[in-house]
Design a protein around this ligand. Structure first.
Ligand code: MN
Length: 236
């Protein structure tokens, strides 16, 4: 049986060959999952899909949450404090939060990437740094950079990647976890201590990473191994 993985899509306004707006998921996620032996299917961010999140997740083997714009700070009980916040969408927040909560409830494997890690934390009651440059000495150090990641040796992410210091981790985020949500544990950090990886402490395989493994998974085995580990967790 081929593992079939649900991936919430994003509103996209510049697609070719489509009359009007469309919904999209990143090609790199589908290809990384395909190399691991799985298939990705998109969930559209519309009201009816959001309402059906529990039933939808029940019919899939796992969930990937892709990168994207910022989460509305109201979702974690704050007003927007930074002019750098961008790309807020109620439908994206609603669908991803509903899908993550359903996956945790049903104990389906989840790989949550970049914004995905952030929304995993918010869905479970955590908060975010709204703009890293406001709290770090070097505010640009996570924006389109390759920086070191140090993983906890006994974590699921290290087990999947087969290393505690993965090569070629592409960092592209201006926010990060502040208060960690109940149920999550930190499993990886940047040299400046920014949280870069988390997992759920009691579920089968709920893993979040702040960097973009899909960007380099086609050439870098450490990064592809994360997708392999995710798909293998479904098979177990
Ligand atoms: Mn980073």
């Amino acid at each position: 049986m081929t593992p079939i993985i649900l991936l919430p899509g994003k509103l996209t306004t510049n697609s070719q060959g489509v009359r009007g707006d469309s919904f999209s998921t990143g090609r790199r996620y589908s290809e990384a999952v395909a190399r691991a032996g799985g298939v990705v299917v998109q969930a559209q961010p519309i009201e009816q899909t959001i309402k059906a999140a529990n039933e939808l997740v029940a019919r899939f083997d796992g969930v990937i949450i892709q990168g994207g714009g910022d989460i509305d700070p109201n979702r974690y009980g704050q007003q927007p404090r930074s002019t750098s916040i961008y790309g807020i969408s109620a439908e994206h927040d609603d669908l991803e939060i509903a899908v993550i909560r359903a996956a945790i409830e049903q104990d389906k494997p989840v790989l949550a990437i970049c914004r995905g890690l952030q929304i995993l934390n918010v869905a479970l009651g955590g908060t975010l740094h709204q703009h890293l440059a406001d709290v770090l000495a070097d505010g640009e150090s996570h924006w389109d950079k390759y920086h070191e990641i140090k993983l906890e040796s006994t974590s699921r992410v290290a087990e999947a990647m087969k290393t505690i210091s993965p090569k070629q981790s592409h960092s592209f985020h201006h926010q990060a976890i502040d208060k960690l949500a109940p149920g999550l544990v930190v499993t990886g950090r940047a040299p400046d201590q920014t949280i870069e990886a988390v997992e759920h402490n009691s579920k089968k395989w709920i893993v979040g990473v702040q960097w973009h493994p899909e960007d380099d998974a086609d050439t870098e085995p450490d990064q592809q191994n994360l997708f392999n580990g995710f798909v293998n967790a479904i098979a177990r």
